[in-house]
Design a protein around this ligand. Structure first.
Ligand code: NCD
Ligand code: ZN
Ligand code: ZN
Ligand code: ZN
Length: 420
């Protein structure tokens, strides 16, 4: 007797698109096959529909504590689940920042009471907290170490490589980098006389991320290290990654907004597309899309960075950087599948199995017997025109308003329990 049988679902098993029945018991995928006689408490008819693992968003800013007027762990994870994301990794640039074991424990405690999906927490590396990170590495809920090589929203910054080298030697964890390099940002900060959203990409030029990526790769010198580049945004970073042999495991992610927009969209979206690193030119966007399709980029992550419209409507210098993305990530990627630009297998990899592997979560991310039943059911024949009123994130808007994406999921299960 299964708890749930998903009947005749189209899915991906061992890299192949197949139609299967999937039996779930006690929150796990127990059997994949053809189930004629088996019984279940519930049956979910899935004919003609896509059964996908819940997506894993490696990069989100849920703003709790300190910024809960624009998001909190409850509202952010609710928006995630409604859009097919069942694991979210939260970033440490909250207030207070997540730089100590006690700040981490405060977040895991809040999440235990309020999260609607599974969640993990990055901690930031500072010049003085390597001992805290060492302790945190064995605490459940710790996701990895975040390193800010350039200043962005939240102002956690590391300009000295000594603490990085110490941390890499002592903390057994995934290290994720915001790779815009502060010295390059400083060099260009006065390059435009009267800057506005349309010149954001000039003040934070591609050189900032290519230089930062080079610095990261200089530390990728031994096996056993796991280094991850957040939100790649330029053709130049991909070239540096292609050209630099590394002994360590090096991975990278791309956001929906860097795949969708260029700096030309700032004429229409103004500060709503002010984001770090900036959206760059058409050639960059094209290179990112190609690298996503061919595997040089391993993961899509949102960099969900909600700010209110009131904050975004301030004059350029005081409007915060960042765009929300949890509401649209999976529907955006599945739209590429609908358009024939990405295979179903590749969508499963970049949204589910690769982020699970990169973040060391071996209990999820694939349709496979024994793994946790984090699942979402999609109808690839229907679409969704994004409207502001559809957005579940507390910030209440999206730069993707007006776009046509794949329709949101028909059902979402977290460890076997139906949430949507
Ligand atoms: C992020 C934020 O608002 O927290 N902003 C952004 O522009 N991406 C911080 C970050 O990821 O750099
Ligand atoms: Zn960042
Ligand atoms: Zn320069
Ligand atoms: Zn971010």
């Amino acid at each position: 007797m299964y708890d749930t049988i998903f009947k005749s679902a189209t899915t991906v098993v061992d890299g192949e698109v197949v139609v299967r029945d999937v039996g779930v018991t006690s929150g796990r995928i127990e059997k994949i096959g053809t189930m004629e006689k088996e019984s279940a408490r519930r049956e979910v008819p899935c004919e003609g529909r896509l059964l996908m693992p819940g997506a894993i968003d490696m990069h989100a800013h849920l703003r709790e504590p300190g910024g809960t007027h624009k998001e909190d762990i409850s509202s952010g994870t609710a928006a995630a689940v409604a859009a097919g994301v069942t694991t979210v990794l939260d970033m440490p640039n909250t207030n207070p920042p997540t730089t100590t074991v006690s700040a981490l424990r405060e977040k895991t405690a809040i999440a235990g009471r309020t999260a609607h999906c599974r969640i993990g927490f990055f901690m930031a590396l500072t010049a003085r907290n390597v001992d805290q990170l060492e302790q945190a590495a064995s605490i459940p809920g710790f996701a990895g170490v975040k390193v800010y090589l350039g200043s962005t929203t939240g102002n956690i910054l590391l300009t000295d490589v000594d603490p990085l080298e110490t941390a890499l030697a002592r903390v057994p964890a995934l290290f994720a980098f915001h790779a815009e390099l502060e010295s390059v940002l400083q060099r260009h900060k006065d390059d435009v006389a009267l800057p506005d959203a349309r010149s954001h990409h000039v003040l934070r030029p591609p050189e900032a991320v290519t230089e930062g990526t080079r610095l990261v790769l200089e530390h990728a010198s031994r096996p056993g290290l796991r280094l991850h580049l957040c939100h790649v945004s330029t053709a130049g970073e991909l070239e540096v990654l292609d050209d630099t042999p590394t002994a360590s495991e090096v991975t990278c992610e791309v956001t929906p907004h860097h795949l969708r927009f260029t700096h030309e969209d700032a004429a229409r979206l103004d500060n709503r597309i002010k984001v770090n690193p900036p959206v760059q030119g058409k050639a960059d966007r094209k290179a990112l899309r190609a690298a996503l399709a061919d595997g040089r980029i391993q993961a899509v992550a949102t960099d969900h960075a909600p700010h209110t419209l009131e904050e975004k409507n301030r004059p350029y210098p005081s409007a915060p950087s960042g765009v929300p993305g949890l509401d649209i990530m999976v529907p955006w990627v599945l739209r590429l599948v609908q358009e024939g630009k990405l295979t179903i297998q590749r969508a499963f990899e970049v949204l589910c199995s690769n982020p699970a592997r990169i973040a060391g979560m071996d209990d999820r991310g694939r349709i496979e017997e024994g793994l946790d039943a984090d699942l979402a059911l999609w109808d690839l024949d229907s679409t969704w025109k994004v409207e502001r009123s559809d957005i579940n994130s507390r910030c209440g808007w999206s730069p993707f308003e007006g776009d046509t994406l794949a329709a949101r999921p028909l059902g979402v299960w977290v460890q076997g329990e139906r949430r949507v």
